[in-house]
Design a protein around this ligand. Structure first.
Ligand code: UDP
Length: 385
């Protein structure tokens, strides 16, 4: 027998969630889960696989099987070619899926092209993690412009913080379309931390490192920013080498697979017994590594949000940040990519207890872990559900 629907019941609205990289997947899996659990919505997912391996690690952990996979990654792909392929690929998916709304996240080429392809078809767009601005179109490059392109297209802006919402209002985005939800990365972090607590084997791959470096304070390092390639990356590598000259610390360094990172680190950091240069960690292992760390040295966006949530001081190897909340809260500090500056800032945190404690207060300006549920509710309300 056919199911009986009430007369005039609205048909479920079809939401197409588009993403392509590790950080997007981490920040969207809680949203996809919340949308799927909301009455009146049907969720479809399309990955562009702009970063294949790192994306797949997250899909597996989150138990996500994408409905569509454009598999767009190519070695040494120019931004022109990447953007063109994303635009035509995503446009074709939208023509086939005919979604009622498209959701994009953050500031990647996938987010920008996804918003544009939806706009060309007059499909409304929601932007998760809207309103981050550095004010400099070359830092981060090209992400600052990617996210600015999404803003005038979207009609639902999910700003993680008041600062981000203010930035959108300054760009004359209609305030009624801006919603401060918190950052969904905190949802992902809490969910993953709880899962590891239930099942420590999920992150047991770090047992050997924990044993090897027992008694030493761990400095967790990540670096991958395009604008640090070249001189900046070499300076970072030399700074890590000097920090590793101390025998009271150890460096845990999941190295981003980009050849611009790997080659420099191989050349400068070979044969260092207290530097564990390891393959990129899946998310549960990375969350455990954050927990093990005494302090974090990074140029990542997401890690700047996660470390404060766990009370870990974070030194940011960038000249500017679109996440000033951590700096204002006192849990993050911009240190740029000058070798001497990085070394001296790390040594200050290692040697000055007061300086360390001031930064290590567990204060999380980026969210309460319930951002995804808020987003799903607002999306559903938009369809009258
Ligand atoms: N991350 C991870 N494994 C690693 C390094 C980072 O799962 O080995 C996670 C990290 O927790 C954060 C996200 O990847 O949520 C950040 O990604 P990335 O630094 O590549 O990008 P960004 O945030 O700078 O856009």
């Amino acid at each position: 027998m056919n199911p009986v629907f009430p007369i005039n019941a609205p048909r479920p609205a079809k939401i197409l969630v588009v993403f392509g990289t590790r950080p997007e997947a981490i920040k969207l899996f809680p949203v996809i889960g919340a949308l799927a659990a909301t009455d009146g919505l049907t969720v479809r997912t399309c990955v562009t696989a702009q970063h294949r391996g790192l994306l797949d690690q997250v899909l597996e952990i989150a138990g996500l099987v994408p409905d569509r996979d454009l598999d767009i990654m190519e070695p040494d792909q120019t931004l022109d070619r990447l953007t063109a392929r994303l635009l035509t690929g995503l446009g074709a998916v939208m023509d086939a899926e005919k979604p009622d709304r498209v959701i994009v996240q953050g500031d990647t080429a996938t987010a920008m092209a996804g918003a544009l392809a939806a706009y060309y078809r007059k499909i409304p767009v929601a932007h998760v993690e809207a309103g981050l601005r550095s004010g400099d179109i070359y830092h981060p490059w090209p992400e600052e412009v990617n996210r600015r392109i999404v803003a005038p297209i979207a009609d639902q802006h999910f700003a993680p913080t008041d600062t981000a919402a203010d930035a959108l209002r300054r760009e004359t985005i209609d305030p009624a379309t801006i919603h401060v939800t918190g950052n969904t990365v905190i949802d992902a972090l809490h969910w993953t931390r709880d899962r590891i607590a239930d099942d420590p084997t999920l992150a047991a791959g770090l047992d050997a490192i924990a044993e090897r470096f027992a008694g030493r304070r761990i400095v967790l390092v990540t670096t991958h920013r395009r604008e640090n390639f070249g001189g900046g990356m070499a300076a970072i590598a030399r700074a890590i080498g000097r920090i590793a000259d101390r025998d009271d610390i150890a460096i845990v360094f999941p190295v981003h697979p980009n050849p611009n990172v790997v080659a420099v680190m191989d050349a400068i950091l070979a044969d260092r017994p207290n530097v564990a240069r390891i393959a990129p960690l899946d998310y549960p292992h990375f969350v455990r590594a954050l927990g093990m760390a005494h302090l974090v040295l990074t140029d990542s966006g997401g890690v700047q949000e996660e470390a404060p949530a766990l009370g870990k001081p974070v030194l940011v190897m960038r000249e500017t940040t679109e996440r000033p909340e951590g700096i204002v809260a006192g849990t993050a500090r911009l240190v740029g990519t000058d070798e001497d500056r990085i070394v001296s800032e790390v040594f200050t945190l290692l040697d000055d207890n007061a300086a360390y404690s001031a930064m290590a207060r567990a204060h999380n300006p980026f969210g309460d872990g319930h951002a995804a549920a808020r987003i799903a509710r607002i999306v559903a309300n938009g369809f009258g559900h």
